[in-house]
Design a protein. Sequence first.
Length: 638
Amino acid sequence: MSKHEFKTESKQLLNLMINSIYTHKEIFLRELISNSSDAIDKYNYLSLTDDRLKTEENYEIEIIPNKDAKTITIKDNGIGMTKEELMENLGTIAKSGSKAFIEKLKESKDNVDIIGQFGVGFYSAFMVADKVVVKTKSPYEDTGYVWESTGESDFTIEDLSKNEHGTEITLHLRENDDDESYDTYLEEYKIKELVKKYSDYVRYPITMEVTKEVPKNDDASEDTDKEPEYETVIEQETLNSMVPIWKKKKSEVSDEDFNEFYKYQFHDYENPLTVINKKVEGMLNYNALLFIPKRVPQDFYTDQFEKGLQLYSKGVFIMDKCKELIPDHFRFVKGLVDSPDLTLNISREMLQHSRQLKKIASNLEKKIKSELEKMLRNDRESYIELFEQFGVNIKYGLYDQFGAKKDLLKDLVMYISSETKEYTTLKEYVERMKDNQEFIYYASGSSKEQIDRLPQMELLKEKGYEVLYFKDDVDEFAINFLTEYDEKKFKNISQGDLNLESEEEKKEIEEKEKEYKDMMSYIKDSLKDKVSEVKISSRLKESAVCLVSKDGVSFEMERILKSMPNNNGMMKAERVLELNPNHNLFKALENLYNNNKEEVKDYADLLYDQALLVEGFELEDPVKFANKMSNLMVKSIK
Ligand SMILES: Nc1ncnc2c1ncn2[C@@H]1O[C@H](COP(=O)(O)OP(=O)(O)OP(=O)(O)O)[C@@H](O)[C@H]1O
């Protein structure tokens, strides 16, 4: 016999299980049954390709309560464990569910409430047992093993002569206490109830010996006057219906059932925002049960996140994260696909080339899109909730693959509008456009408030044009691929000419351009190559100056490109400094230009810096800016 220590994380989890005041201790049975079912899946899957494993016909998970010994045993004929696997699997925590659980636990104040919503696995046995004995045999080893632990700091492993592959887990139930009667887990009715509640859809028979009263089968029973006599028999009964939740009739499954299934199967602690349940029959056959989570998973925007749907064939599990089934722009969708058209012993390489799989994936993409559109139409509030979580991901889809999916996705994206101050779709924007309006206007910035304060907004506000706020890094890049919506092109209000002036206003500007030509080129020369042009502004109403970029790279794009690794600084926006000819400052500047040209240079620098600040850029030399400012203050106060 050998003795081994649990790894630290395991100890933490065990400690939690043992000291748990959690009232749903009953979930231990679900956890153990689900492990057995996984183990049978594995055996079944391997037996298709590995000749060393004989084909099994009678897969079974058996529950054996023993009232005298106060034990309950869960026995399966699955893959079992080798010695190494025993050490690894029951001595450390390697699995996603338990890890996510511990993570959640660390950040949650109310620890106990979330246990039931995770697959916390094998260790949950210690919530109800003070000793657990695991007998197991793998088809790859000649001997079996017994693993034993009281859930404290260590466990033991011993050889066992066992012929059949599989695992048998015996729980020595705790003594009843004030909070819990552990004895009830030995009662037939309770076990039946728990299997129905949590494990009904398990695809293999979960059996138990049950006592039944049946009419006695003797000749006298033909005598109808006589009361039938009963006798007690013991029969092995299958407790679960074995129909997976996605195969059940819609009328048989409640929203609650779907929610519980989702939380358990996909390790979430909240109900999903939406459930999509689809059954397709014909040339292609499959069931898809999809869920949109309420919240972005913690690792969603990191490399660690793995997209994909679980894949089943005729109810038998094939793989966990089949990424071919879900496109990147919908990678937040979780769920599963079950198709009888796929062969069981399908390999990763074969999957990539599977025509059926591609077809299913493309159907699902359309289905998800139409479900999202439906949600947007009928339950806008929920859609916005979803969009706030996953919208950035959908926007990436617009520009991913050089815009290949833009038509699919363009009606799913939303932006905050200057008009409604709420999320709006492009379709809604276009419907509200003025008769003579040529462009869909947008402005980029870090927040709604910052964009609202941009001097460039002044003219659009005055003329009553709606502006979309682009707050996400991806927005401008995405729009570059979208290029237009309903034949209306997009226009950045801080780029190029807006051409919004009336003929009269245009004339006025032209005249001013002529009049101040020298002064403008003087300022330009003094600013050197900080700007490519200084000009009279037609877009400013209240503010004195603003900085705009020429068509091409915008300020926002420059900022994003600059923050990227491997940036070589080549992509820069061409800066144009615009001055408001109707502002008092302009008049003062003109005065200065006529009387003391040299001083205009300092003002030019300050104006430029001011425009940079308004745009949200950092100043090249803040100290110089402050000094110049102070000097001018001193002068004016004198
Ligand atoms: N009945 C069993 N037969 C064979 N292996 C088992 C059995 N029960 C547990 N194991 C092994 O022990 C591992 C740990 O089980 P545990 O229940 O802690 O986590 P899990 O089931 O893998 O994860 P999760 O609970 O998130 O699904 C399993 O992954 C499996 O390899």
